[in-house]
Design a protein around this ligand. Sequence first.
Ligand code: ZN
Length: 351
Amino acid sequence: MKDLPSRSLRLLREKKKTAAGIAGGILAVISIAAGTAIVPSDFEVPVMLANGEIITPPWYVTVDGERVALVDSEDDAREVVKKTADHYKNKETVKIEIEEQTSTQAMKLENGDEKPEILTVEEAAEKIMSKDELTVKTTDVVTEQKAVKFKELTEKTDDLYEGQIKVKQEGKKGLKEVTKKITKENGKVVKEDVIGETVLREAEPEITLTGTKENPSVYQVSRGGTHQGTGQLAKPLDSLRITSEFGPRWGSTHLGVDFGMTLGSSIYAADGGTVTFAGWCGSYGNLIKVDHGNGLMTYYAHCSQLLVSQGQTVQKGETIAKVGSTGHSTGPHLHFEVRVNGQNVNPLDYL
Ligand SMILES: [Zn+2]
């Protein structure tokens, strides 16, 4: 039995209608406009089965020449192939191909034959998909938005001491739209190609200033007397990332320096001394004041947690509190003040 072009099939069906009532093996030559002649066989002509049932011969769906499933009609057979391919289709799919050669083919059935096993379209599609060698290749075109990393740049400055850093400009991620062609086999990605990229927003670099000014080794307070400290302030945090400097700010004076730091990081006593205050203090939030003697005091504000209490003696470098954002604060940081004889001075000159 040979496959016939669908055009010939249509003609044949029409022919069948006109020859309604005639059963059995008709042999006729049909001339079509193009001049080709085809010889129709027994297909599409009802036959009487051994059990007395009269049916039109069913159609095979073949994969690489192998007859895999049998369905009611040629339309059903084509539907099976389409369903098999569509199984892997999604809204981004632009192309579907079945790698194997699939075709439809009428079954040769004669009067008195046993009833063949005919499947529904769904059953047949399932049977074909379950074949290991079948490969349905889909091409999807997908567009997605992706963040673009920002560059991290550093600049040197004389305004800061060595070891001090300050963010001059916060980095901002960019955004781009990426169009990709994705090839899948039986739903599994086998290839991805970027076919287009559009920048929606440029990334802005993060610029960090690093200090080059030489560190002053000691603070300018006269020593002696009952001074409990060592005479030099240590860093109150593991790293000093200045987010706001000492001095004029927004029409007033910023009495300390702000160091941006992760919530809950340790705050260390800048020098040995006595805790003269540990508690809530208005816009300072949770505050610790340490008296180092000789008129030198340090303040630690916006703490999330206080680990020492008033009257207690602390050692230089001892953990006294945790970084927080209590009081008047927009994010976790340490507001650090240095007072000399009651006068606020720039803490950076003492660290
Ligand atoms: Zn501050």
